[in-house]
Design a protein around this ligand. Sequence first.
Ligand code: SF4
Ligand code: SF4
Length: 378
Amino acid sequence: MDLTVVSTFRCNSRCQMCHVWKYPTAPEQEISLETLAKLPGGFDNLNLSGGEPTLRRDLAEMIDILYPKARVMEISSNGLYPERLVPIIKKYPNIKVRFSLEGDESTSNRIRGEKDGHSTKVAGLRKLKEAGGTDLGFAFVIQDENVGQLLNVYEFARSQGFELATTTLHNAWQFYKNDNHFYDRTKVAKPIENLITELLKSRNVKNWFRAYLNLGLIEKVLGHERLIPCTAGSDFAFIDPWSDVWACNVRSDIPLGNLARQSWSEITHSDLASEGLKKVACCTQNCWMVTTARTAMRSRIVPQMPKMRPMTWVLKNKLKVALGKPICFEQYIDYGNVKPTRQVPRTSYLGTKHKGNKLDRNRQTPQERYPQLDYINE
Ligand code: SF4
Ligand code: SF4
């Protein structure tokens, strides 16, 4: 149903919650156009991600290959090179583009280690709108440092005619990070309630289901069980820059195959894939990422439609909000049961010179590529 292509681990941001930029891939080792062409058509959502996908010189060619293979083609970018996306948007105006933004100017730049990031990406998204883009928005990683600005960023995005996607701290091979922990779970979770209410007030149906996705984020932040079981490996998969296919972007122990060496059909029908599905079925990780949670929320038969559980929740609470009544969050969320958290400081890399370790460019084995092995979300 959904696929994310992690096209590179090179990145020109220096985020505090994702250390991909410390482990850049060598361009010549990154997934090739020939390999991408082996993907079948018929995906619902195909996300071109990274690292930073605009650092790929063959970005336009990658899009030409991937665009016809999906109902929704998405590019997840840090937004620091918006001009590289302008010709792509002129050619394919309905490509979904999300630029990462973590709050007001100083907060966003500090979290993301970007000198003029905020102004560049805001101006850049406007440029994409002028170029004819029809599905543009920001993506916000909710964390202790910026949760107080969540509602402001939503209002700002709305005022500009942009969408706002939200996610929160995770540990994952895709981020080269295994020590992202909330400092205070309740303080991070509680303000998300206000966003949920505002999303339900909006006339945008997508926002109503984002409200449910944010309810799942509250549960994740507090350390509670997922709202909907995970469908990794069957409804979504990830391809990393070395063309390895994974059930999800968190666990580096659920490989499915390698698209450079195998066909898509060989991968999906392999013993490795069957073993992977068994691991997913008993996975105890507490994760709720935007890419994978939104897949789990949708029907497998008609992916444009939600599953019954989110549908019922949305209809009930949309009606409440429309009648001017408050949402009874305590009915869904047990704030009396908050998992303990570890205190691992996150540091801003704004102004630092660290450019990544060139030695890491020659990683050959999965163990060398993902040395932290067990990426844990509690
Ligand atoms: S979160 Fe995105 S922009 Fe930030 S370092 Fe990771 S890949 Fe780069
Ligand atoms: S629940 Fe487990 S299998 Fe599913 S995305 Fe999270 S880590 Fe991966």
